[in-house]
Design a protein around this ligand. Structure first.
Ligand SMILES: Cc1cc2nc3c(=O)[nH]c(=O)nc-3n(C[C@H](O)[C@H](O)[C@H](O)COP(=O)(O)OP(=O)(O)OC[C@H]3O[C@@H](n4cnc5c(N)ncnc54)[C@H](O)[C@@H]3O)c2cc1C
Length: 495
């Protein structure tokens, strides 16, 4: 049995802790924030009308099988602790010219809707593209579907193949793939949106990301009743049920070493926890810069382009909005200025961004006759250097929120007159709450053909130190961070 300290109670840290506790290790999770979940955050607001509950991070769960496996392999099945439901349509898209599209897991229906929205042939164009995504998926699906994985060696091997797939399309970007395969420019916009789900710029992200729309359409989008953050609570409970300890407001300031390997962690309150193994769920750049300074490893971690960040508004809305689905995406006239602003140097808040709204029709998250809107637009990360924006500048957050409300009205969703309240979370807020450098949503982006190789591996060169979560292999997003936890638990092995 090893004494394992997990630094951070994000989904990756909790999932690793649940697996390691189940395999007999002595687990302590240290989380600096007052609650668990990290970027899978939550926010509550009590009003005279009743209680609003928001997810402040992830709002769309793909590949729920990854979590079903996690719960199954660490105790009771997921159904015994969480109520999952499939969301249909997956996303309601509105394009600048007024065209609408409801995406769905039903391939025939999707094809018909694409033809109706974009003209004959659009459905088959899209189908050919997602067939390509399917071929990529078939070569990487082992790590995702537990039942097809033959042991942990197989798992690690499969995870390496994920990197190989990205490397096998050198020089071809997602944009180039769209330009070759999709005749309608609006369909190309739709494809490019998927690059942002890995925090990336479609003009630089590899064509292999065509796997993302395939996965979404093949396996659907899922919701957890009460909010996706309940997943973090359920993981917390699983860790403690398996004998692990989770400490919140336990800020790790140092990972200690002795005799060339990790020996424990130091806490901000002066406490010290001895450890044989440390699993860092904190961002790799925070780890190698602040917790265990390693200039060479920090330089390497910094070679990966950070993921984009997000500007979030939480809106309490009176009444019900006709035509609003659970997940909605409102595209602007032109997409390129968004990527120029987010990844450019200088970077800037996006003047006319794509707007995403999640409004779950779940009585557990909004009072009767009301809606709880989570509004997200892509944003440059927070900072003062090149490629970043100082989101703490006076007036910036308020004026940008006002601008977004105006854009919502122009795109057919006027909401100002029905607002009970509005709160914002800037990239700077996200950085402070979760210690994600600059508020990067997904850790490192997939910008560039070698991006998958630049992400730090799960086994650190420092003996006894492992990395789990979005900044490490295989990347960000809920299913991938859960997969990174499975890889780390496999590398550490049973007690
Ligand atoms: C706005 C937004 C929207 C998103 N939408 C989606 C979506 O729809 N679907 C999807 O799949 N994914 C989405 N994501 C991404 C997804 O939420 C993340 O990839 C995932 O939750 C990250 O998990 P993680 O394990 O990497 O850890 P994180 O959530 O980054 O957690 C790391 C934890 O470590 C803690 N920590 C850091 N340093 C220390 C320290 N020194 N001491 C103690 N604790 C420390 C932090 O406080 C934090 O709790 C979204 C994210 C955001 C922010």
């Amino acid at each position: 049995m090893s004494r394992v300290v997990v630094v951070g109670a994000g989904v990756g840290g909790l999932a690793a802790a649940a697996r390691l506790a189940t395999s007999g290790h002595d687990i302590t999770v240290c989380e600096q924030a007052p609650q668990v979940g990290g970027k899978l955050g939550r926010h509550e607001r009590l009003t005279a009308a009743g209680r609003f509950r928001f997810d402040t991070g992830a709002s769309l769960l793909t590949l729920p099988q990854v979590f079903a496996d996690l719960f199954q392999q660490t105790g009771d099945p997921i159904e015994s602790v969480l109520e999952l439901s499939e969301v249909e349509p997956i996303i309601r898209y509105r394009f600048a010219d007024g065209t609408r599209l409801d995406s769905t897991t039903n391939p025939d229906l999707l094809r018909a809707r694409l033809d109706a929205a974009f003209g004959p042939g659009a459905g088959s164009d899209w189908q050919r593209l997602t067939q390509r995504g399917e071929r990529i998926w078939r070569s990487v699906r082992g790590p995702f579907l537990g039942s097809t994985v033959d042991g942990l060696t197989g798992l690690a091997r499969q995870a390496v193949r994920l990197r190989s797939v990205c490397a096998f399309t050198p020089g071809r970007t997602l944009r180039q793939l769209g330009a070759r395969s999709l005749r309608d420019p609006r369909l190309r916009t739709l494809l490019e949106r998927y690059a942002t789900y890995t925090g990336s710029d479609p003009r630089r992200a590899p064509a292999a990301l065509a796997v993302v729309p395939y996965v979404e359409q093949a396996f659907g989008a899922w919701y957890v009743r009460g909010g996706l953050h309940r997943l973090a609570d359920a993981l917390h409970d699983r860790v403690t049920a398996r004998g692990g300890t989770v400490r919140t407001e336990a800020d790790v300031v140092r990972i200690e070493t002795a005799g060339g390997r990790v020996s424990g962690v130091q806490l901000a309150d002066g406490g010290r926890l001895p450890a044989d193994v440390v699993v860092a769920n904190a961002d790799a750049r925070h780890v190698y810069r602040d917790l265990l300074p390693q200039p060479r490893l920090l330089r390497r971690a910094r070679r990966a382009v950070p993921s984009l960040s997000g500007f979030v508004m939480l809106l309490g809305v009176r009444g019900r909005t006709p035509g609003l689905a659970h997940h909605n995406v409102l595209f602007p006239d032109a997409y390129d200025p968004e990527f120029d602003a987010v990844f450019g140097d200088p970077a800037a808040p996006v003047a006319d961004p794509t707007i995403y709204i999640s409004s779950p029709d779940d009585p557990a998250v909004r009072p009767d006759g009301h809606e709880a809107w989570f509004v997200l637009v892509n944003a440059p990360r927070h900072g003062r250097g090149p490629g970043a924006v100082n989101w703490d500048s006076p007036e910036l957050a308020g004026s940008y929120a006002g601008r977004l409300l105006g854009l919502l009205a122009r795109r057919g969703l006027p909401v100002t007159d029905r607002l009970l309240f509005s709160e914002v979370i800037t990239p700077a807020d996200l950085a402070r709450r979760t210690r994600a450098p600059g508020g990067a949503i997904y850790g490192a982006s997939s910008n560039g053909p070698r991006a998958a190789f630049l992400r730090p591996g799960n086994r650190s060169p420092v003996p006894g130190l492992f990395l789990v979560g979005g900044s490490a292999h295989p990347g960000g997003g809920l299913p991938l961070v859960a997969l990174s936890a499975e890889i780390v638990a496999g590398l550490i092995g049973p007690a």
